[in-house]
Design a protein around this ligand. Structure first.
Ligand code: CUA
Length: 323
């Protein structure tokens, strides 16, 4: 059996965003009530006005009766709206506290708003992982957001979950939700926070509990790699080095890097070095045209500004192992 809330949503739901969280109806119910009340008020007021215009037109009643006041009418039009408006306020308050209830077993995610992106912090035991832009959550699981901001005011808004709250520098704000539908749901920043405010979007990706665990394990593992060679190997693939450099001896565009460490290198300008070292590799990454290997085109672009010094060290550690 459908209850009133569900029937209303069937009829009026077309004007709301997709509904995908347990408490979303708390907002919708109130909205539909106010919406219907507004229509009743509009039709009622306009109806009475039109009736009065016709009924008391000058052609029928040239002189109006003298009515200084009507205690009954005045009491009704004061008391009835007061009850309705206070009722809406109390209803809103009840819905607010219902949505504020934190499930003690809720999955906690740290949300950080910064110009101009959303960052999500996950924890597993003592290990942490920070992910930007896409927030993964398991379906039908209570989630508790512990939010803050690093710079200015932002506002975390997920229309489909009917949740929205400011993130404030130096303050922690909270939100709860339980997603009920699989899929991607848009996150907006709902507080003007600078030039790229409108681009400060993100996605809540609701996945099955199993897939969420798999994803979390992978991210936690990924975020906690400390072996420089492993980190270098990942950077090598991620920064696109592989599209020009083989880790074997063959040529793709640039020279293959197998056996590079400590090897003699001859350059197009006739100069050479006796043993490729960290300084040479670093220079080749940041200023690729300073020493172009003989027989290869000077095609590489500088990676200056795209890699930190630490990342360059990881790449060097990785290249050392290519034997
Ligand atoms: Cu952040 Cu607008």
């Amino acid at each position: 059996m459908m209850n009133v809330s569900e029937i209303l949503h069937k009829i009026l739901g077309f004007m709301m965003p997709d509904r995908a969280a347990v408490n979303a109806h708390l907002v919708d119910d109130l909205y539909y009530f106010v919406f219907i009340l507004s229509i009743v008020g509009l039709v009622g007021l306009m109806g009475v006005m039109v009736f009065f215009i016709v009924r008391y037109h000058r052609s029928q009643n040239d002189k109006s009766a003298y009515i200084p006041h009507n205690a009954l009418a005045e009491t009704i039009w004061t008391v009835v709206p007061t009850i309705i408006f206070v009722g809406i306020a109390v209803w809103g308050l009840i819905a607010f506290y219902e949505a504020e209830k934190k499930d003690p077993n809720a999955l906690e995610i740290k949300v950080t708003g910064k110009q101009w992106m959303w960052e999500f912090g996950y924890k597993k035991g003592n290990l942490e992982a920070n992910i930007t832009d896409v927030m993964y959550v398991p379906i039908n699981t209570p989630v508790h957001l512990d939010m803050t901001s690093t710079d200015v005011l932002h506002s975390f808004f997920v229309p489909s979950f009917r949740i929205k709250r400011d993130t404030v520098p130096g303050m922690r704000t909270k939100l709860n939700f339980t997603a009920t539908k699989l899929g991607d749901f848009q996150i907006f920043c709902a507080e003007f926070c600078g030039t790229a405010h409108s681009k400060m979007r993100g996605i809540v990706r609701v996945v099955s509990k199993k897939r969420f665990q798999r994803w979390l394990n992978r991210e936690i593992k990924e975020a906690n790699i400390s072996d420089p060679v492993e980190l270098g190997s990942r950077l090598f693939a991620r920064k696109g080095c592989t599209s020009c450099h083989s880790v074997e001896s063959n040529t793709i565009i640039g020279p293959g890097l197998k056996g590079l460490w400590g090897a003699k290198r001859e350059f197009a300008d006739g100069s050479s070095i006796t043993a490729a070292d960290a300084e040479y590799i670093r220079e080749s990454i940041l200023m690729p045209n300073a020493k172009v290997v003989k027989g290869y085109p000077a095609k590489m672009n500088s990676f200056a500004g795209q890699l930190t010094e630490k990342e360059i060290d990881y790449l060097i550690e990785y290249i050392k192992t290519l034997k």
